[in-house]
Design a protein around this ligand. Structure first.
Ligand code: PHE
Length: 439
């Protein structure tokens, strides 16, 4: 096995946890609620769920099997499967996307770090709702404070990645992910008994398709890609550390299921609070930073609970950031022969620098986020689906797909999704949202 010198997961469970750690992050807790608020509530959620099941899960399997078959980073994987062809550019696009996303991801994770710190030191405990809003605005208007936290977060990410794939990430995910789930459930109890519960649930469960539009549909598709860490090779990379050839349907549904559950739970916590405190559901990126601190002021022992909660969100962001950096580092290690530690610090340092404009100019953060979510991830996912669907022979696909014979019907359905459904869906949605299909 060529895999051992590159590192590998301790087994299937380790892989599922690490992949869930990559998937569950700011995409679920920060992005999903505010995007839902901006794009017609349940209408957005329904398109999102459809995208997860019909496009996300098949593509997740496709990425993992590319990685598992080749045991390579995204660029090396495409090169090995189609030597001398331009397909390796799809891998290169993934590496570039890793730079783009992590650059601003580090800034938003820095906000979470700032909130964790202020919760721990009591700085937010007594604020009124209006004060919460102002205090968030003060943070995003303060480049120095943001860059300082972003730097700290990037150093933590680099330290973990430079130590390799085993042990750290897996172990931490095993302990902290269940804790995050448990915590969200406690918060749910508070939000569902708050004054705005009915309105919040109505907002989340009554679809207003008029507010969605094709741009909102594209946002929901991009959200599914982002939240499942798809379309840029993170799952190719994580799949490359997988050393058995069992079937992937079960793991793919488990990863996607945990990820989706956490996003929905976050929505169920946030929206009742939004209405209880008279906030605007379409408020945008500041949504959780204004609602969540507020709920803690209602609880006994709030400072401690609030600190713990933001620390868990910070940790979820960390396990996602690790997978983003890992894509770039695996590429440098495999293809450039760079040492893991040098690759981590070098790439992490450049990404940190690229993120500074996002901390200084809020418009820059939104722009980078829009490009990644609306174009880079769906575009990358489209190409990966086409590759596995059309450039893998049926036999190769069946072999890579693995699993016991007997789930043949699953194989056919999966292959149909990557060959036809996913590519057509992505292309139609992109063209529609650009207004090119009579949108
Ligand atoms: N899925 C992560 C989240 O929801 C972000 C991510 C995107 C990670 C792409 C890796 C690749 O926060």
């Amino acid at each position: 096995m060529g895999g051992s010198s590159r590192g590998s997961w301790t087994g299937h469970v380790g892989f599922v946890l690490a992949a869930a750690g990559s998937a569950i992050g700011l995409g679920n807790i920060w992005m999903f609620p505010y995007r839902t608020g901006q794009n017609g509530g349940a209408a957005f959620v329904l398109v999102y769920l459809a995208a997860v099941i019909a496009v996300g899960v098949p593509l997740l399997m496709a990425e993992v099997l590319i990685g598992r078959t080749t045991r390579r980073n995204p660029v090396g994987a495409f090169r090995e499967l189609r030597p001398g062809s331009p397909w390796l550019l799809v891998g290169a696009l993934g590496v570039i996307t890793g730079f783009v996303i992590l650059s601003y991801y580090g800034v938003v994770a820095g906000w979470v770090a700032d909130y964790t710190w202020r919760m721990a030191t009591g700085g937010l405990a007594t604020l009124e709702t209006a004060g919460m809003q102002e205090s968030f605005e003060a943070l995003v208007g303060d480049p120095v404070r943001q860059v300082a936290w972003q730097a700290g977060f990037m150093v933590a990410t680099i330290l973990v990645v430079s130590r390799g794939v085993e042990g750290g990430i897996e172990l931490a995910s095993k302990v902290l992910m269940p804790l995050l789930f448990a915590f969200i459930l406690v918060l749910l109890g508070y939000s569902l008994t708050s004054a705005g519960a009915k309105q919040g649930l109505e907002f989340l469960f009554s679809p207003r398709f008029g507010e969605l539009g094709w741009d909102g549909v594209l946002a929901a598709l991009g959200q599914a890609f982002f939240s499942l860490s798809l379309g840029m090779g993170a799952m190719i990379t994580y799949g490359s550390y997988l050393e058995d050839d069992r079937g992937l349907i079960g793991p793919a549904f488990m990863i996607a299921g945990m990820d989706t559950l956490l996003a929905i739970l976050a929505g169920l916590v946030i929206f009742p609070l939004v209405f209880s405190f008279g906030l605007e559901p379409g408020a945008g990126p500041g949504l959780i930073f204004v609602t969540l601190p507020k709920v803690f002021t209602l609880m006994p022992g709030s400072a401690f609970l609030a600190t713990l909660f933001f620390a868990l969100v910070l940790f979820a962001a960390l396990t996602s950031a690790i997978s983003l950096l890992e894509v770039v580092v695996a590429f440098l290690v495999d293809e450039g022969g760079v040492g893991r530690s040098a690759a981590s610090w070098g790439a992490g340092g450049i990404i940190f620098a690229l993120g500074i404009p996002s901390a200084v100019f809020p418009g820059f953060l939104d722009g980078a986020d829009a490009i990644a979510n609306k174009y880079l991830l769906p575009g990358g996912g489209l190409l990966i689906a086409l590759f596995v669907g059309w450039f893998f022979s049926r036999e190769d696909a069946a072999r890579a797909y693995g699993g016991q014979s007997g789930d043949d019907s699953g194989f056919e359905l999966w292959r149909f999704c990557v060959r036809f459904f996913a590519p057509v869906a992505v292309v139609v949605i992109m063209l529609k949202s650009l207004g090119l299909l009579g949108g």
